[in-house]
Design a protein around this ligand. Structure first.
Ligand code: RFL
Ligand code: PHB
Length: 392
């Protein structure tokens, strides 16, 4: 098999890249180790920045997003017995976020690929990548028990944190920056009305909680837990009790219980690889960087990487100019590190750390008071949360 860009992974990054390249007349082949059903139902992110919404809508995959996405003009922070609203819209000159599940973004992108009869293969696992320091890199994969190969001009490593592309880069050529947090999030998806129309981030003496949603009938809720928490310790009744305790501390909202459709535990880490490219291999999305989900940045960073990569590849193929490709890593890493800082800051502000002393807890509360009382501090949170404008 031969193509211009070989893409490993059909998460949001790989699918969006294939879509944007196709619109620019560049061929690609996407291979994904999991089934279509699996990737379309993997519950993850829910918050899209304005910039991500714009990329999807301007590239023609925003129809359902515009019909079903829920625009949010604010979020609430709950601490010290009260809720405080951050008016994202007013503080950012009219920007906002949209609540629309990653599952739905992935379904829309897969539908676009299939409608265009573009090559997208599920249950095809890349086993190794080769020759990316030359002009003819190769991706080997296994299909139906047979080893096969894709020859291409470039490889896009969009295979997530546990993929094979990043570890193939020779040791010593990459620097890795990492922090693992001493907690995780227990997440549930439930068929029940969300307690509020806006997201509520709760600081509580028992630990963090987040009240989010997918639709007006489906709520998405998270509770801080141990990083290696055994989900068997969390029967439904315990989950609802804990959520109720953390929500009620902030006021009089009602938590409506309903059937729990999905439960999972996510450990939390910050992670950055530098550079994000090596020869003709380009890493994008979670393959290159991870943020803790508190800032809602992971999917949005993946979309920002892909926007740059698609543009750089188009400049290469259309104008024979590799300057943007050479700048890819430097350009992306500026945004990545800003999001890393913001996600670390939100995480540090809102969670209970095992070593938290009463002094540190008072500092968290002082910072929360400041962020909700000072327009300057609230503006800083708001502009990061809705996403900083693209620089170019
Ligand atoms: P993905 O989605 O992990 O996709 C990588 C794909 O590569 C495939 N793969 C392979 N395919 C072929 N051959 C191989 N050898 C392969 N190895 C791996 C995998 O099967 C997979 O399909 O990475 P991508 O595309 O970079 O997308 C990143 C996002 O998924 C991620 O950053 C977000 O979900 C993070 N995230 C959030 N981001 C936000 O912007 N806003 C949010 O509100 C938000 N909330 C979250 C989140 C992540 C969470 N979890 C579960 C980590 C909430 C949670 C709980
Ligand atoms: C979600 O709805 O899944 C969600 C929302 C906000 C976050 C993280 C996850 O910060």
């Amino acid at each position: 098999m031969r193509t211009q860009v070989g893409i490993v992974g059909a998460g949001p990054a790989g699918l969006l890249l294939a879509h944007l390249l196709r619109l620019r007349g560049i061929d690609s082949i996407v291979i994904e180790s999991r089934s279509r059903d699996y990737v379309e139902s993997r519950i993850r992110a829910g918050v899209l920045e304005q910039g991500t919404v714009d990329i999807l809508c301007e590239s023609g995959v925003g129809e359902r997003l515009q019909q079903q996405g829920l625009p949010h003009h604010g979020i609430e922070l709950s601490f010290s017995g009260a809720r405080h609203r951050i008016n994202l819209h007013d503080l950012t000159g009219g920007r906002a976020i949209t609540v629309y599940g990653q599952t739905e973004v992935v379904k829309d992108l897969i539908a676009a690929q299939i409608a265009a009869a573009a090559p997208l293969y599920f249950e095809v696992e890349a086993t190794s990548i080769h020759d990316f320091e030359s002009e003819s890199p190769k991706i080997r994969f296994r299909q139906g028990g047979k080893e096969r190969e894709i020859q291409c001009d470039f490889i896009a490593g969009c295979d997530g944190f546990h993929g094979i592309c990043r570890p193939t880069i020779p040791a010593g050529k990459l620097s890795v920056f990492e922090r693992v947090y001493p907690f995780g999030w227990l997440g549930i998806l439930a068929q029940s009305t969300p307690p509020s129309e806006e997201l509520i981030y709760c600081h509580h003496e028992r630990g963090f909680a987040l009240f989010s949603m997918r639709t007006p009938e489906i709520t998405r809720l998270y509770i801080q837990c141990e990083p290696d928490e055994d989900i068997a310790n969390w029967p439904d009744a315990r989950i609802w009790d804990e959520l109720e305790t953390r929500l009620h501390a902030g006021g009089d909202l009602t938590l409506t219980e309903g059937p729990i459709l999905q439960k999972s535990v996510t450990p939390m880490r910050s992670f950055v690889t530098e550079p994000m490219q090596f020869g003709r291999l380009f890493l994008a999305g979670d393959a290159a960087h991870i943020v803790p989900p508190t800032g809602a940045k992971g999917l949005n960073l993946a979309a920002a990487d892909i926007r740059m990569l698609a543009r750089a590849l188009a400049t290469f193929y259309q104008a024979g100019n590799a300057a943007l490709l050479e700048q890819y890593s430097v350009t992306c890493l500026r945004r990545v590190w800003r999001a890393e800082h913001f996600s670390w800051w939100m995480t540090s502000l809102l969670h209970k750390f095992p070593e938290t002393t009463p002094f540190q807890q008072r500092l968290q509360l002082a910072e929360l008071e400041y962020v909700t009382r000072s327009r300057a501090a609230a503006t800083s949170l708001a502009e990061n949360y809705v996403g900083l404008p693209f620089e170019d």
